[in-house]
Ligand binder design. Structure first.
Ligand SMILES: NC(=O)CC[C@H](N)C(=O)O
Length: 253
């Protein structure tokens, strides 16, 4: 039986667990290294990556998280979680922050700027719609979001987003460090969703919209690793009252 762990140190872990519940899957909060032994996959939610890293360090979670990734178990990082999974992050606070790593990419921590520059956008994701069906686009909620600037050859790009050549200046003094200044082209695209084997990473927050396809896409990754991983259902139709689908209201325009 497979239970999805959700790192519950800080950020939007409740929202992820709620989406899992909506699709009939059990999600459990992970706060201690030993709790990782009870789950077969893990979601690292969005929040604030420096704070989350300090809490993870305090709870001695980094070695267990790295081990979990190395074992080939599915791990999905959203937003701050993406930063956690990246091999390299730029635009970090002074002194940097510890990363779990494993995902061969360079992420810019606050690429899209400060909190008030948060936004929503319709984004194409052909792999998502071909696997999960539904519309060709999904609504991406970007909250002080990171973006991926470079990926290694093993990394599959699932979605990207057009931007002007310079990253927006963020609230942190060094947030634009290592960005694309000097790039002469006026339009470029940054990567906002990737997959590398057992790792999935998204710069936006799928747990804040009614579209559950990113969660079901991740759950399918659990089936790929081992044949025995049936997903632990929290009791489907007979126990769960499915609310009518919510409309994805734009929060930031
Ligand atoms: N919504 C988010 O998770 C924002 C992440 C933020 N840019 C950070 O550095 O942690």
């Amino acid at each position: 039986m497979s239970i999805v762990g959700v790192l519950a140190l800080q950020g939007s872990f409740n929202e992820h667990i709620a989406v899992l519940r909506r699709i009939g899957v059990k999600g459990v909060e992970i706060r201690k290294p030993e709790q990782l032994q009870n789950v077969s996959s893990l979601i690292i939610p969005g929040g604030e990556s420096t704070t989350m890293a300090k809490l993870a360090e305090y709870h001695n979670l980094f070695p267990a998280l790295r081990e979990f990734v190395k074992m080939g178990k599915p791990v999905w990082g959203t937003c701050a979680g993406l930063i956690f999974l990246a091999d390299k992050a730029i635009g970090q606070k002074e002194g940097g922050q510890e990363l779990v790593g494993g995902l061969d990419c360079t992420v810019h921590r606050n690429f899209f700027g400060s909190q008030i520059q948060s936004f929503e956008a319709e984004i194409e994701a052909p792999e998502l719609s071909s696997t999960e069906g539904g519309p060709e686009t999904f609504r991406g909620v970007f909250i002080r979001a990171p973006a991926i600037l470079e990926v290694g050859s093993e990394v599959q790009v699932l979605a990207n987003y057009p931007v002007s050549s310079k990253p927006t200046k963020g609230s942190d003094s060094n947030s634009a460090e290592g960005g694309q200044e000097g790039n002469t082209s006026s339009q470029t695209r940054v990567i906002v969703a990737v997959r590398q084997g057992n790792l999935l990473a998204t710069a936006f927050h799928p747990e804040l919209t009614a579209d559950t396809r990113w969660h079901s896409y991740f759950l399918k990754m659990m089936g790929e690793g081992s044949s025995s991983s049936s997903i632990d259902s929290v009791g489907t139709d007979s126990h769960i009252i499915h609310p009518p689908p919510r409309i994805d209201f734009p929060i930031y325009q």
